[in-house]
Write a protein that binds this ligand. Structure first.
Ligand code: NAP
Length: 500
């Protein structure tokens, strides 16, 4: 086995996203591997929601603990992967000039790893410091006393803004679309709680695996449509007080009934109005999309930060950024002098990392060509015309709508079992069939369209990247998905063509 990694270290998301405030809003005890019972027992988390440095430390511990580093070539970016039909092997080329061939090619390139820096006019003219949150300098950045601009108010910015406001002289937040966020109420880890979890880890993990999102939003079976206004409010309030993303689990129909969703949205908007002192600023921060159709965030003092004197919110919805200038940027004819600009502008999600590699399958077919109108996969694991290529958390799998670590483990286990099955039967080639792929893409979309998810301009539908086909890419329903993957494997990989 040979692993290639572009970074100077391992950890993926948690290696690159070192921006101030980065942390995971899935509980640390659940955002962890379950493949090793010893690992589960020996690792101690220090907070309810782990920070980026702690998760990166965990990833490095796992790499050392299981002696994984000898297979990993760091600082090596894969440029192309080309399938040769005659030999049945992939040839992988890297930016260091490596050229290796392999029977199987597994793309673990991440859902949110291809950074998006919008092509603002004048971007090359700007002379100040500038950073993308997904490529934050390892040594950190000294912003003391500086005038700092941050573009974007997605999950990343919502975590970074409170810290940047503390660290900088003045922070200007350039917001196009306000976002829903809920207080995380992060706390140091309670040692007794951690001990209780470790005493019965499988039981603790269960709701994270059996919930619709593979996450524990403390889901409520109750139908919101039948609850009174007072009952709804009581449920929202209890969840808001408990912290985390629990408000989105308040009622079983919150993602399918626009009226119930609107009640949750209204509740959160009320909290924002209560928190933000200046009514005009509060008004600008009120989201007008359904809750959850863009990824909501669990924050620490996000809305409170707008009460600071050194923070200015600039609405760029009606008047977009006109240009970057030598000394800052211009909006609506007004120039903002900035010593540093932070691009919290997200990623070319789900497909970007794969499409930035020149991937060619049977008959020279390119992945770029095949996915020109949107990604097509079977189970987000296999792609027709691309034999023996597997995608971990690929488009069409739950991935970003699940707890990523169990989602990744489920894919890794499925792929490992599949390769074992093949070698045990003298099979050398596996490829998704066109029929299975077409039916799967339709199924992914059909499920999404029963919900509020496709109704707003999120990266889930590719709306953040100009020109990207508007397709809802993740699969909704982790438990149903796992069941389907298991059935496919148990049937001898129905939906795939297997050949000697
Ligand atoms: P994002 O959600 O795509 O947010 C990007 C932000 O940049 C949005 O506010 C967007 O505005 C803005 N933007 C993009 N292009 C722009 C332009 N041309 N002009 C002005 N504004 C522009 O990206 P992200 O915040 O990096 O988060 C990505 C995902 O990573 C999250 O959704 C989540 O899944 C994951 N994440 C998770 C956590 C966590 O665990 N708490 C933390 C960070 C990230 P529009 O909304 O108008 O497009």
């Amino acid at each position: 086995m040979q692993v290639y990694e572009a970074g100077t270290g391992i950890g993926g998301t948690w290696f690159w996203n070192r921006y101030p405030g980065a942390r995971c809003d899935v509980e640390s005890l659940a955002y962890s591997y379950e493949f090793s019972k010893d690992l589960e027992q020996e690792w101690n988390w220090t907070e309810r929601y782990a920070s980026q440095p702690e998760i990166l430390k965990y990833a490095n511990h796992v790499a050392d603990r299981f002696d994984l580093r000898r297979d990993i070539a760091l600082e090596t970016r894969v440029e192309s992967a080309v399938y040769d039909e005659a030999s049945g092997r992939w040839t992988v080329r890297t930016d260091r000039g490596d050229e290796v061939t392999a029977q199987y090619c597994i793309m673990a390139t991440g859902c949110l790893s291809a950074r998006n820096t919008p092509d603002f006019p004048g971007i090359d003219r700007y002379r100040g410091q500038h950073f993308h949150t997904g490529d934050w300098p390892e040594e950190g950045v000294d912003l003391a006393g500086k005038r700092v601009g941050i573009i974007g108010t997605g999950s990343t910015a919502i975590q970074a803004i409170p810290i940047l406001a503390e660290e900088s002289g003045h922070l200007f937040v350039f917001q196009r679309t306000p976002n829903f966020s809920m207080p995380a109420r992060n706390t140091p880890m309670d040692p007794e709680y951690q001990a209780r979890v470790k005493a019965n880890y499988p039981a603790f993990r269960k709701p994270f695996i059996s919930g619709m999102f593979g996450l524990d939003f403390n889901p409520n079976d109750r139908i919101g449509a039948t609850a009174t206004d007072a009952e709804r409010r009581a449920e929202f309030e209890a969840r808001w007080a408990a912290g985390g993303l629990g408000v989105v689990g308040a009622f079983a129909d919150l993602f399918v009934n626009p009226e119930v969703n609107e009640a949750a949205a209204d509740f959160i908007r009320g909290q924002i109005c209560e928190t933000v002192a200046d009514p005009e600023v509060a008004e600008l921060l009120l989201p007008d999309t359904p809750v959850g159709c863009k990824r909501p965030c669990a924050d620490t003092d996000y809305f409170e930060t707008y009460n600071r004197e050194n923070v200015t919110l600039v609405d760029i919805r009606k008047s977009p950024i006109e240009e970057l200038t030598e000394g800052g940027l211009r909006v609506n004819g007004c120039e903002y002098d900035l010593d540093a600009i932070v691009f919290a502008t997200g990623f070319d999600a789900m497909t970007g990392a794969l499409l930035r590699i020149d991937i060619r399958g049977r008959e020279g077919r390119t992945l770029q060509g095949k996915w020109a109108e949107g990604p097509k996969t079977f189970l987000g694991l296999g792609v027709e015309s691309f034999p023996n290529l597997f995608t971990i958390t690929g488009p069409g799998s739950p991935s970003v709508l699940a707890n990523m670590i169990p989602a990744i483990e489920q894919h890794v286990n499925w792929i490992a079992d599949c390769i074992t099955y093949m070698s045990g039967r003298g099979l050398a080639r596996i490829e998704a069939t066109e029929e299975a792929e077409t039916a799967w893409v339709a199924h992914v979309n059909e499920i999404a369209h029963r919900t509020i998810y496709p109704t707003c301009n999120s990266w889930y539908v590719g709306a953040n990247i100009p020109g990207k086909p508007r397709i809802f890419t993740p699969y909704l329903g982790f438990p149903r998905y796992v069941k389907r993957c298991d059935e496919v494997a148990a049937s001898g990989y129905e939906g795939f063509r297997l050949e000697p």
